[in-house]
Every structure is written in C-alpha cells, then in structure tokens.
Design a protein around this ligand. Structure first.
Ligand SMILES: Nc1ncnc2c1ncn2[C@@H]1O[C@H](COP(=O)(O)OP(=O)(O)OP(=O)(O)O)[C@@H](O)[C@H]1O
Length: 151
C-alpha cells in the first residue's frame, strides 16, 4: 500500500496511527535514503504510544528504549554497521521478547540486516516531488489488510 505524505505532519500522523494500533512483538523495518523520514515516523509512533520523551535517532547508541508508553518502543538504527556486525547483535531477542518486555521494534536502515524476522511490517520511505514523501507499506506474515483498514 502506498501513502502520500504531503508534509512532516503527515509522516508523524502515519506514525501516530501505527503507535495506537500495533501490538507487542511487532517489528517495523524502516527503509529509505538519508533524510527520507524514518526518524520522523518513529517520533510519530512514540506519540501514538503516549511517549512524551523526545525521540532522537540512535545512530550512535544503536538502540534507544522508551518504556513510558502503552507498550515499550525499541528504536534501533543500523546505519553505522556492516551486515556482519548486525549479525553479531542477537537482534532476535527484541522481537522474541527474551529478557525484555515485548513491544514495538522499529529498525532504521533495516536494509543492513543480513536476516529478517519471521513476521514484520516494512515501511519504505521515498522522496516525492516538491520535497514531500511517500510511504510504501508491505508486510510478511502480519495482517497488513487489517492494519491498513485502521490507519
Ligand atoms: N512528508 C514529509 N515531507 C517533507 N519533509 C519531511 C516529511 N517527513 C519528514 N520530513 C523531514 O525530513 C527531514 C529528515 O527526516 P528524518 O530525520 O526523519 O529522516 P531519516 O530518514 O531518519 O534520516 P537519516 O537517514 O539521516 O536518519 C526532517 O527535516 C523531517 O522533518
């Protein structure tokens, strides 16, 4: 499904709806060029979850965890890593909920993952004309039609 995002608020609004709708254990793979709007979407997800802390890209910390919302938000950014380094991170523990409370796992630069979870939502953001953006939402083994009906 393709969604036109006319401005920053439209990107935030999409994230807000996702944050209000998604269930614990959902993995969102975020793809798109530099500045395509990945972090903005996660900021919207945070708002939708009721997180009031400011959400910044974890480019250097790799993972930021926010636990004050409806369910936890785990925000990862793989930009600085090579696939082999990603492979050593044991990211599965985030979506399998091992030793953590299950939440939403949002992964920026998911293209760098050498493997993917068994089920996920993928949001690919791209530049449109006049500096707007487009989101292309796909999914694997997740009920995407039910989700899309809600957003
Ligand atoms: N729909 C939109 N239309 C126009 N500008 C937008 C839209 N969505 C987000 N932006 C703006 O694009 C800029 C980059 O957004 P953001 O930082 O979220 O991108 P990013 O994909 O996370 O970048 P990076 O790859 O560098 O981490 C920000 O200034 C943001 O406000």
């Amino acid at each position: 499904m393709k969604i036109f995002l006319a401005d920053v608020q439209a990107t935030l609004n999409l994230g807000i709806k996702l944050g209000q709708t998604l269930t614990p254990g959902t993995v969102i793979l975020l793809e798109g060029d530099l500045g395509a709007g990945k972090t903005t979407l996660v900021q919207g997800i945070g708002q939708g979850l009721g997180i009031t802390e400011s959400i910044v890209s974890p480019t250097f910390t790799l993972i930021n965890e926010y636990t004050q919302g409806r369910i936890p938000l785990y925000h990862l950014d793989l930009y600085r890593l090579q696939p082999l380094e990603v492979a050593g991170l044991n990211l599965e523990s985030y979506w399998e909920g091992i030793e953590i409370e299950p939440g939403i796992v949002a992964i920026e630069w998911a293209e760098r993952m050498p493997y993917q979870p068994e089920s996920y939502l993928c949001v690919r953001l791209s530049y449109g004309d006049n500096s707007n953006r487009q989101a292309d939402i796909t999914g694997l083994h997740c009920n995407i039609s039910e989700l899309i009906a809600k957003i």
